[in-house]
Design a protein around this ligand. Structure first.
Ligand SMILES: O=c1ccn([C@@H]2O[C@H](COP(=O)(O)O)[C@@H](O)[C@H]2O)c(=O)[nH]1
Length: 310
C-alpha cells in the first residue's frame, strides 16, 4: 500500500491528505435539515448528515488528492450509527481509488492489538465466512505499549499489504510533556523514531519507503527536520497544517531530497473552508466547492514552499 500511496502522490503532485473530521457544527443546515426530516433529530439523523457531507466533499476533491484521513472519534461520538457512517465513508473513498488512512490511534497488549489490527486492516472469520470489517489502507497507531503491542499491526501489514503511521511527535501543545523528555540524553520522540525504523525495516516497498510511517506534527518544524533525518525511509504523516497554524514554509524539511517522504493533513481547513472569510463567497450551498478551492490553495502553498527551498 505504501507503493500505491507514493504513486498517487506523484500522479496528483499533491502530498496532501483531506481529513474527514465531520463535526455536526461544520455540516451546512440544508444537509442537517434533510437528514433530520428523514430520521429525526437522532443519532441516525446525525450519522446520515455527516455521511452526506463527506460524500459531497469526497466527490469534489477525489481527483486532486491521493488520500483521505477519516478521524474515527468524529463518527464514534454518534455511537453505532456513527461507526456505520465511518465504514461507509471508508468504503466510498476506496471506491474512488483514494488511499484511506484511518486515524484510529490504536495500540494495546499484543492480543488486543491483534483484534484491532484484524478489525481495521485485516479480516475476521465467523464460522465459514471471512469479513474485512473496516478495511482501511493505513491506520495510526500509538506506540506507548512497545514492541509486543505493535507486532500484530506489522504482521497484518505484511500479510495484507497495509500500512501504519506511528505517533512519534504529535502536533498538540502538550505533546512535549512526555514526548520531549530526555531518556539517556535523547528526546523520547527520537527513541520512538529509532523503533519506527526497526519495526518497518522489513516492510520496505519498491518505492524505497517503508509501510511503517510516522506522525510528526506541523507545529514543531525544528523537530520535524531532525526526525526526517532519523527516519529516512519512513513516510511522515504531518497533521497540524491550517487550523493548528502550520504553513507550507514550515514543512519543507519534512520532505526528502527526492521531493517525497511527507504527506500533509488538513481537516477543518478543508472540510469547513466555507466558514472561513477567504472562502465565504462560496456560501454554505456550495461548501464542497470551497473545499476544492482550499485543497488547490494548500497544494500551491506546499508546492511553492518546496520550490523556493530548492
Ligand atoms: O499529532 C496529531 C495527530 C493527529 N491529529 C489529528 O489530525 C487532525 C487534525 O485536524 P485539523 O482540523 O486539521 O487541525 C485531527 O483528526 C486530529 O485528531 C493531530 O491533529 N495531531
Amino acid at each position: 500500500m505504501i507503493d500505491k500511496l507514493v504513486a498517487k502522490i506523484q500522479k496528483t503532485n499533491a502530498p496532501i491528505v483531506v481529513g474527514l473530521d465531520p463535526m455536526l457544527a461544520y455540516v451546512p443546515e440544508q444537509i442537517k435539515e434533510a437528514a433530520y426530516r428523514e430520521h429525526g433529530e437522532t443519532l441516525k439523523g446525525a450519522a446520515e448528515a455527516i455521511w452526506e457531507f463527506n460524500r459531497r466533499i469526497v466527490d469534489a476533491v477525489a481527483d486532486l488528492v491521493p488520500a483521505v484521513k477519516p478521524q474515527i472519534a468524529m463518527y464514534e461520538q454518534f455511537g453505532i450509527e456513527g461507526l456505520m457512517a465511518f465504514q461507509k465513508t471508508v468504503s466510498y473513498c476506496k471506491s474512488k481509488d483514494l488511499v484511506v488512512i484511518g486515524d484510529v490511534k490504536r495500540g494495546d497488549i499484543g492480543s488486543t492489538s491483534a483484534a484491532y489490527a484484524a478489525g481495521h486492516l485485516g479480516h475476521v472469520e465467523v464460522g465459514g465466512n471471512v469479513y474485512a470489517p473496516f478495511d482501511e489502507d493505513f491506520i495510526t497507531v500509538n506506540p506507548y505499549l512497545g514492541t509486543d503491542g505493535i507486532k500484530p499491526f506489522t504482521d497484518i501489514c505484511k500479510k495484507e499489504d497495509k500500512g501504519l503511521f506511528i505517533l512519534v511527535k504529535t502536533s498538540n501543545p502538550s505533546s512535549g510533556e512526555f514526548q520531549d523528555r530526555l531518556v539517556d540524553g535523547r528526546p523520547l520522540y527520537e527513541l520512538v523514531a529509532d523503533m519506527v525504523n526497526q519495526w518497518g525495516a522489513d516492510l520496505t516497498g519498491s518505492c524505497g519507503y517503508s509501510a511503517v510511517g510516522a506522525v510528526v506534527g506541523a507545529t514543531y518544524p525544528e523537530i520535524g527536520k531532525v526526525l526526517r533525518k532519523v527516519m529516512p525511509k519512513s513516510y511522515i504523516l504531518v497533521p497540524g497544517y491550517g487550523a493548528q497554524g502550520g504553513k507550507g514554509a514550515d514543512l519543507v524539511h519534512y520532505f526528502n531530497e527526492d521531493g517525497l517522504g511527507a504527506i500533509v493533513n488538513s481537516s477543518r481547513g478543508i472540510i469547513a473552508a466555507y466558514k472561513q472569510e477567504a472562502y465565504a463567497s462560496f456560501g454554505a450551498e456550495h461548501f464542497e466547492e470551497a473545499s476544492r478551492q482550499a485543497v488547490l490553495d494548500m497544494t500551491a502553498d506546499i508546492d511553492g514552499a518546496l520550490k523556493s527551498a530548492k
